[in-house]
Design a protein. Structure first.
Length: 43
């Protein structure tokens, strides 16, 4: 394969990894917000 093909594959891998990481952060934040709302005192 040419160098340009490898560069494109690496580019896609980095963006896919970033997307997975951001999705994971979003899921964790939603879970944390749910837990905090469960322990928040209600008035």
């Amino acid at each position: 394969m040419s160098e340009l093909t490898w560069l494109f594959i690496a580019f896609l891998a980095v963006w896919a990894g970033l997307g997975i990481y951001l999705f994971s952060l979003s899921a964790r934040q939603k879970r944390l917000e749910r837990r905090l709302s469960d322990i928040e005192p209600r008035s």
